[in-house]
Unconditional design. Structure first.
Length: 503
């Protein structure tokens, strides 16, 4: 089993060429009542990566460390500047499965091999307040780095780390830094010990080549696609960890890519992109199992919370929790199996190849204002037809389906406009805003349709268990009303969009 710790720390080095420094006196830092000497710990860490350093390139570090009070396997995932999530697993001879899954989107079929060995003598101080509570841990590390796996480079240096205590105020680090700067220290130029080891033992972590500013239609479309591809790869560990909104965000990235393939078929060869789009549709569907359940549960819980107690009959809340838990658990297991499967890895490889060597058509080299604007106008025209069809149909299942189809086309038009915004400016940005509004209206209507289906299922389960189904009927009626309100608002919303849109 793996545990997660949010790590907020800053690294410092001295002015000497080797980064040498000594532990400064930190007793005068505001808020610090005592500096407690915790002694010296001998740490021995082996860092693992693929032979082509895919983890280091993405600023991820994976190590097996002995010594200290947190011996084990540590995977560090970047969150923000000076902030990382450290995933910890017990010591073992091989990389634990709990960690290999979290790096799969980067590593894929490649082997994880020992890359660098770091041995550190860590001199530790605790900064505590007048109640004895820990504010931060300051450690002076005297480090020796040795390249492994055929490398023979070595390096030695000294650095100082300040790690904020759990739930501490990040502003405290500024107070410590002010004291350290007066002592002659400055922020480290390396983001991690591994990065410094790679740079000082003969080989830096590989970094992607800088991307040029978009100029052609193809440049703009590819910039958007690469952003979505990067999002899918980066969100993979968050989805596996079940972090809030991660599944939804990853699903949106897959949809954006697929929509871009279809909208910009004059830029990218659809003979190449269509099969990849089919796989993206499959992945979005698998991600949707979990996401759709989240949306339904949130909506039903919120609706129940608004009901007066006089309309609650039977163990409705318990029934909802049991139903939601059973569905969520099953979909989570299925989703992890999907992310661990060969089909998903093959999709990542195909996407990597696509953005690296894109199948550009002749129009990709043309003026983006012409090519991209034409594609957006085409999507908007198709959306207009679908909205008119929905407005022409009477309330009922046919209108529900027509509004759902219009919703999907509104998303595609929005994504096409997002890709176009850097090239077209204000008009495309305005269309994005309009499509978000329309998508919200049509999305609420579709959520009502799905919620009513769930309520019928819950009512049937309650009835079979001898429970009252009255409350489910009340909620069903309210969902019908919400759908009717969305349908009534659609004509005015669409008329406003038509007046405002000019791409």
């Amino acid at each position: 089993m793996a545990d997660t710790k949010r790590e907020i720390e800053r690294k410092y080095e001295g002015p000497a060429a080797d980064g040498g420094t000594e532990m400064p006196d930190l007793s005068g830092v505001p808020g610090v009542a005592r500096v407690v000497d915790k002694g010296v710990a001998e740490l021995d860490a082996t860092y693992y990566d693929t032979p082509d350093q895919r983890l280091a390139t993405a600023s991820l570090t994976l190590r097996r460390r002995t010594g200290g009070d947190d011996a084990g396997w540590h995977l560090k995932l970047p969150v923000a500047e000076s902030v990382r999530d450290e995933i910890r697993a017990p010591l073992s001879d091989t990389v634990p499965r709990a960690i290999t899954g979290l790096v799969r989107s980067r590593v894929r079929e490649a082997e994880l091999v020992p890359l660098v060995r770091l041995r550190s003598a860590r001199d530790i101080r605790h900064l505590v307040d007048d109640s004895g509570a820990l504010l931060a841990e300051v450690s002076l590390d005297r480090v020796r780095a040795d390249r492994l796996g055929g490398g023979d480079g070595t390096a030695e240096w000294t650095e100082l780390e300040v790690e904020l205590a759990d739930d501490g105020d990040p502003a405290f680090l500024d107070k410590v830094e002010k004291k350290l700067r007066k002592a002659g220290l400055s922020r480290s130029t390396s983001s991690s010990k591994l990065a410094k080891a790679l740079s000082t033992t003969g080989e830096r972590a590989r970094k992607p080549a800088p991307r040029k500013d978009p100029a052609t239609a193809g440049d703009h479309v590819l910039a958007y696609l690469r952003a979505q591809y990067d999002a899918i790869v980066e969100l993979d560990p968050a989805v596996r960890r079940d972090l809030p909104d991660s599944v939804h965000s990853m699903r949106v990235a897959t949809r954006r890519m697929r929509s871009t393939f279809r909208s910009y078929g004059k830029v990218l060869d659809r003979a190449v992109t269509d099969p990849i789009g089919d796989e993206l549709k499959w992945l979005a569907g698998e991600l949707g199992v979990d996401r759709d359940q989240e949306v339904l549960t949130e909506r039903l819980t919120e609706s129940l919370g608004r009901l007066p107690r006089t309309l609650l009959s039977g163990p409705v809340r318990t029934r909802l929790r049991t139903w939601a838990h059973a569905r969520h658990g099953g979909s989570r297991r299925r989703l992890i199996a999907v992310l661990d499967g060969k089909r998903y890895l093959a999709l990542l490889a195909a996407l990597d190849a696509l953005v690296t060597d894109p199948p550009l058509l002749k129009a990709a080299g043309d003026d983006p204002a012409k090519v991209i604007a034409k594609a957006v106008r085409k999507d908007f025209g198709k959306l207009s037809d679908l909205v008119e069809q929905a407005l022409d149909r009477p309330p009922g299942a046919d209108r529900d389906l027509a509004m759902h189809e219009a919703r999907k086309k509104a998303k595609r038009t929005r994504y096409a406009a997002e890709a176009a915004a850097p090239a077209l400016g204000g008009p495309a940005a305005g269309l994005v805003k309009s499509m978000k509004s329309l998508q919200g209206l049509l999305g609420d209507h579709q959520d009502s349709v799905m919620t009513r289906e769930a309520l019928r299922e819950l009512a049937a389960l309650a009835h079979a268990a001898g429970e009252s189904s009255f409350t489910y009927g009340v909620l069903y009626g309210r969902e019908e009303q919400r759908a009717a309100e969305a349908e009534a608002a659609l004509p005015g919303t669409w008329e406003k969009i038509e007046v405002q849109t000019a791409v």
